[in-house]
Design a protein around this ligand. Structure first.
Ligand code: ATP
Ligand code: MG
Length: 418
C-alpha cells in the first residue's frame, strides 16, 4: 500500500476537488506547495488531482503513498457533502474517526465569536482519525490532519489557499523537514535567453549538459518570448559556477539572470550608462512603454512614448518622411529607424526604440502577418535594427514584438559608450 523506504524528503501532492477536473478551478495549491517544498529542501516528485468521491480518493491515496515518503492532500476537509477527504483517509488508513472535544469547542467558539449559530454539519470537522494529529486552522474552521499510514506520512490540508498556507507555515513544513532530516534547500538559478529558439539554446549548451554534476538538474523552459535555462541543486557555489558557465556559452543572448525581468535589465542598463529612452510604437500600441513603466525606477530613464498607429501619426508626431511612408506602407525597416529617431528627437531622449509591423489577422499589402521591424536609434544616429518574422496570433505577435524590441535595446546598450 505505502512506500516505506521511499527516499527521505520526497512528497506527492494529491489535490482533491471535482472543480479541478471540470476546469472550474486551477490547482494553484500544487504550484505553491512545489515552491515551498523546494525552499525547505523537500522534493515534490509527483502530483495527482482527483474528484470528490471517497472511492476515488482512497485509490489515489494508495497510488500517492506508494511513490513518496509523504503525501500532502489538499481540499475536501470542509463541512459540506462534497467534502469527503476525512472519510477517505479513514478508509485508506483502516481506522475509525473520533470526535475531538477540544477541536469541536474551538469550532463552535469560532461561530459564537461571529454571532452565528453553528450548523450541525460543522461538527464533522472535529472528527480526527484515530492516531492522527489535528492541525488547528488559524483562519477557518477545518483543521488539518497528520497521520502515519504504513510508513508514509499523510498530511491533509484545507483547499482554501490562504488556509493551506497558514497550516503549512504553522506546522506542516516543520513536520516534513524534521522527518526528512533537515535537508539543504533546493536552489534555483536561471538565465533568460531572448532571440534564440529552445533547440538552438540546448545545442549550444550540450557541452555543459554533458559535464553536469549528478546533483544538479538543468531544464529548458520555453515560451514564445524567451527560453529560460534553469539549474536546480543544493550547493550554491556549484550552481553559481555553472550559471556563469551557461552565461559564458550563451554570451549576449542572455537577457537577464535569476529573478530579473528583461524590462528590469533594460532599465538597469540605461541607468548604468546615464541614458534616457523614448518609445515609438505602432503594432505594440504602448505595450513597450508600459513594460518599462512597470519597473520601479523607470522615471529615471524613460522620457515617454508615442503610439503612432496610422501613417499620418507616424509622419506628424514622429517626423517620418511622408514619401517613405507612402512608398512602403509603414511596414518597413527604414520606417522603424525613422520612428525611433523621431521619438528620441521629439521627447528629448538619447535613444529611441520603435516597433512597426503586421500583427494580423490579415496581411497588409505584400507584408505577411508577423512581419515586424524593430529599431533603436539616437536623434541623429542609427544604432541597430532587426527584421523579424514572428509566428502566432495578433496577441502573440504584439507580445513577442515588445520583448524583441526591448532585447534589441538591451543589446545596443552592451556596446561601449560612443
Ligand atoms: P472548506 O472548509 O473551505 O470547504 P476544504 O478543505 O473543503 O475547505 P475545498 O472545499 O476542497 O476545501 O475547496 C475550497 C476552496 O478552496 C475551493 O472553492 C477553491 O476556491 C479552493 N481550492 C481548493 N483546492 C484548490 C487547489 N488545489 N488550488 C487552488 N485552490 C483550491
Ligand atoms: Mg469544502
Amino acid at each position: 500500500v505505502s512506500g516505506p523506504g521511499a527516499e527521505a524528503g520526497t512528497v506527492v501532492v494529491l489535490a482533491v476537488g471535482e472543480e479541478l477536473l471540470l476546469g472550474d478551478g486551477v490547482n494553484t495549491n500544487l504550484a505553491w506547495l512545489g515552491a515551498q517544498a523546494a525552499a525547505v529542501g523537500l522534493r515534490v516528485v509527483g502530483a495527482e488531482e482527483v474528484g470528490d468521491g471517497v472511492t476515488e480518493i482512497v485509490a489515489a491515496l494508495r497510488r500517492c503513498a506508494a511513490r513518496a515518503d509523504a503525501v500532502v492532500v489538499t481540499g475536501g476537509l470542509g463541512p459540506t457533502s462534497d467534502d469527503r477527504t476525512r472519510e477517505a483517509l479513514a478508509a485508506f488508513a483502516g481506522v475509525g474517526l473520533v470526535r475531538d472535544a477540544d477541536e469541536l469547542s474551538r469550532i463552535l467558539g469560532w461561530f459564537a465569536a461571529r454571532g452565528r449559530t453553528a450548523p450541525p454539519a460543522v461538527a464533522t470537522q472535529a472528527d480526527a482519525l484515530v492516531g492522527a494529529r489535528l492541525l488547528t486552522n488559524p483562519l477557518g474552521t477545518a483543521p488539518g490532519l497528520a497521520v502515519e499510514v504504513a510508513g508514509t506520512l499523510v498530511v491533509a490540508l484545507p483547499g482554501v489557499p490562504a488556509e493551506l498556507a497558514a497550516l503549512w507555515h504553522a506546522d506542516v513544513a516543520d513536520l516534513l523537514v524534521r522527518r526528512a532530516g533537515h535537508p539543504a534547500p533546493l536552489l534555483t538559478r536561471q538565465v533568460r535567453v531572448v532571440g534564440r529558439g529552445e533547440s538552438d539554446v540546448a545545442h549550444r549548451l550540450a557541452g555543459v549538459e554533458a559535464a553536469l554534476p549528478p546533483q544538479v538538474q538543468l531544464a529548458y523552459l520555453a515560451s514564445p518570448s524567451e527560453v529560460r535555462v534553469r539549474l536546480t541543486g543544493r550547493d550554491p557555489a556549484v550552481l553559481a559556477a555553472l550559471l556563469d558557465e551557461v552565461a559564458a556559452v550563451l554570451g549576449d543572448a542572455v537577457a537577464a539572470r535569476d529573478g530579473q525581468s528583461l524590462p528590469e535589465a533594460v532599465v538597469a542598463a540605461l541607468a548604468g550608462r546615464g541614458l534616457t529612452v523614448a518609445c515609438a510604437e505602432s503594432l505594440t500600441g504602448g505595450a513597450l512603454a508600459a513594460a518599462l513603466v512597470d519597473v520601479a525606477g523607470a522615471s529615471g530613464v524613460l522620457r515617454g512614448g508615442v503610439v503612432a498607429y496610422s501613417l499620418d501619426a507616424k509622419a506628424r508626431l514622429l517626423g517620418v518622411d511622408p514619401a517613405l511612408l507612402a512608398a512602403t506602407g509603414g511596414v518597413d525597416p527604414e520606417v522603424a529607424v525613422a520612428m525611433a529617431r523621431g521619438a528620441a528627437a521629439a521627447l528629448g531622449a538619447d535613444i529611441g526604440v520603435a516597433t512597426t509591423g503586421v500583427a494580423g489577422p490579415d496581411p497588409v499589402g505584400e507584408h505577411p502577418v508577423g512581419e515586424v521591424h524593430v529599431a533603436v536609434a539616437g536623434p541623429g544616429t542609427h544604432l541597430s535594427s532587426q527584421a523579424l518574422r514572428l509566428v502566432g496570433d495578433r496577441a502573440l505577435v504584439r507580445a513577442v514584438t515588445t520583448t524583441r524590441a526591448l532585447d534589441l535595446l538591451r543589446r545596443a546598450l552592451l556596446a561601449p559608450p560612443a
